[in-house]
Design a protein around this ligand. Structure first.
Ligand code: ADP
Length: 265
């Protein structure tokens, strides 16, 4: 097991009688880009909040590199977060916003400036360091949020719909930027989205969620070409894929081989 492999074992979360995450088993390898994809209300954000430490599981365990983290406070988990509702501080400069997590962690003043400069250069915003968030475009603000998530050099970054508010062109640019950073820094990224095409283009693997459970997990190709259920097929946008495949096999009188060696006629 690598140092930052993430493991959910039998994790559940209930709010009162509402069970929003149900007995979740999930492994995320170090350096992997995993998207959690599913309709609104399927539990994706709750999973990220439990991983980040903002919510406690009702049951089960979460570990990183074999070490339990589910009772650690967020700043002890070494995970960067870019959440839609986790906005920049409007009264602080770009540089002060990015410095904030370092100050929270008690990093020495002398190191802060250098780390902030490096993080802002990484997202190509070095020239904007003295501006206030309001003086930046939406895309630039998201880049600052990304710099703030990366400044303390986490090995894991959690992103919850980070590009939802951007227009198409900026969103595509940021998708490329995030992919490039993921590769260059060897980051583990857990990326929540309800946008199928975003998940398909960005991820190493996709976990498709339905009502707090994983409906299917696999590479974008597998999810797209071999949806395991009608729910996945419909969510991915190929509504006729499952029926079509079976109907065609039947029409042609074809034999469909099963993994176990059995056949259906
Ligand atoms: P998703 O990210 O897939 O949209 P969420 O994890 O945000 O889903 O929410 C899953 C379900 O949990 C929703 O029905 C939501 O209303 C409910 N929920 C989330 N947070 C709370 C909370 N703090 N209290 C009560 N219900 C919540």
């Amino acid at each position: 097991m690598s140092q930052s492999d993430i493991r959910f074992e039998k994790v559940s979360k209930a709010y009162g009688t509402l069970r929003v995450v149900d007995d979740l088993d999930l492994n995320i390898a170090q350096g992997e880009f995993l998207s959690l994809l599913g309709p609104s209300g399927s539990g994706k954000t709750t999973i990220l909040m439990m991983l980040a430490g903002f919510e406690a599981p009702s049951g089960g365990t979460i570990s990183v590199g074999g070490r339990r983290v589910d009772h650690l406070p967020p700043h002890k988990r070494n995970m960067g977060v870019v959440f839609q509702n986790y906005a920049l501080f409007p009264h602080m400069s770009v540089a002060a916003n990015v410095a904030f997590p370092l100050e929270m962690r008690g990093v020495a003043r002398s190191e802060i400036e250098e780390k902030v400069t490096r993080a802002l250069d990484m997202v190509q915003l070095g020239a904007m360091k003295d501006r206030r968030p309001v003086q930046l475009s939406g895309g630039q603000q998201q880049r600052v949020a990304l710099a703030r998530a990366l400044v303390f050099e986490p090995s894991v970054v959690l992103m919850d719909e980070p590009l939802g508010a951007l227009d198409k062109q900026l969103r595509e640019q940021m998708q490329l930027d995030i992919r490039a950073l993921h590769k260059r820094l060897g980051l583990t990224i857990v990326f929540v989205t309800h946008d199928q095409s975003e998940a398909l283009t960005m991820s190493d693997r996709i976990a498709v969620f339905n009502r707090g459970k994983i409906e299917q997990i696999g590479s974008p190709r597998e999810i797209y070409d071999q949806p395991r259920s009608r729910f996945v097929a419909q969510f991915i946008g190929e509504t006729n894929l499952v029926e079509g495949t079976l109907a065609e096999a039947g029409d042609a009188g074809a034999t469909v081989k099963l993994d176990g060696g059995g056949t259906i006629r």
